[in-house]
Ligand binder design. Structure first.
Ligand code: HPA
Length: 285
């Protein structure tokens, strides 16, 4: 079984350059305007697309070589348009490793957006808070991550034309973007913290012992997305900004359980704050 998985990955890597050029020529035929910024909208944050002046929307299943949806009813769209006057491309819905995609498939759309010309990547996600004092609905700017809990998307043959074999990860989230976001948050009157995102595969939420371990290891929030995308972006020299909405608290006294519905609801409630910040960020990255 592992041999099959590795063979499939090897195939993917060997064909990736051809696949990317076919995906890109599909978009060129649609005559899209070149986007300057790529945006990935996390769980519960899909309504953000109402902020966009949409020019072209394409269902993922129409895009050559995009991963094929594994989960019923989980179809996303790639949206081209303007946000606050800036030409952007936004993913409404992302691919998660826990859905059964390979790590390379999860990051394929990031590679596509880079080839379409984006010069900055803005990511949003829902995450569980483990830092003491965090509350549901808080925003956390990610300034670093811990990737121990995920599969690295660069495992396998390196494609030198995309990036080097051993990418530096000392500034995975661009410091300048973080400073700009903090200034914007102050001017909007939005409280934000900064912290370390701990990546896990999911789909289980963590046990109480695991949330504690994540805190001890230096995580401030934990989530099932983002890290693989950030690794691929860094591999290609694409600067990143990422923002977590804290949708549940991992370290808590209460006996309550964590549900996906509660996570989606908390993200939806925080959406206006996320939108306000991202709207301004596209102008300065
Ligand atoms: N753990 C992992 N992923 C998450 C969580 C969490 O508590 N909340 C939202 N995504």
């Amino acid at each position: 079984m592992f041999l099959c998985i590795f063979a499939a990955q090897e195939d993917f890597m060997n064909n990736m350059i051809d696949m990317l050029s076919e995906t890109i020529s599909y978009f060129h035929k649609l005559n899209i305007s070149k986007p300057g910024v790529g945006i990935v909208l996390g769980s519960g944050l899909g309504n953000f697309k109402d902020e966009l002046d949409i020019e072209v929307e394409v269902d993922y299943d129409q895009i050559p070589h995009f991963p094929v949806a594994t989960v019923e009813g989980h179809h996303g769209k790639l949206i081209f348009g303007k946000l606050n006057g800036v030409q952007v491309v936004a993913m409404a819905g992302r691919f998660h490793f826990y859905e059964g995609y390979t790590a390379q498939e999860v990051v394929y759309p990031i590679r596509v957006m880079k080839q379409l010309g984006i010069e900055a990547l803005l990511l949003t996600n829902a995450a569980g808070g483990v830092k003491p004092g965090m509350k549901v609905g808080d925003l956390m700017i990610i300034h670093d991550h811990i990737s121990l809990g995920i599969i690295n998307p660069l495992i396998g043959k390196n494609i030198d034309s995309l990036g080097g074999r051993f990418p530096d990860m000392s500034e995975p989230y661009k410091r300048d973007f973080i400073e700009k976001a903090k200034n914007i948050a102050v001017s909007l009157g939005l409280p934000v913290s900064e912290g370390v995102y701990f990546g896990v595969t999911g789909p289980t939420f963590e046990t109480r012992a695991e949330y504690k371990m994540i805190q001890v290891l230096g995580g401030d929030a934990v989530g099932m997305s983002t890290v693989q995308e950030v690794i691929a972006a860094n591999h290609m020299g694409l600067p990143v900004f990422a923002l977590s909405v804290i949708t549940d608290l991992g370290i808590r006294d209460e006996e309550n359980i964590i549900t996906h519905e509660e996570v989606l609801l908390a993200a939806k409630e925080a959406e206006p704050k996320v939108s306000a910040l991202i709207r301004e960020m596209v102008k300065v990255v």
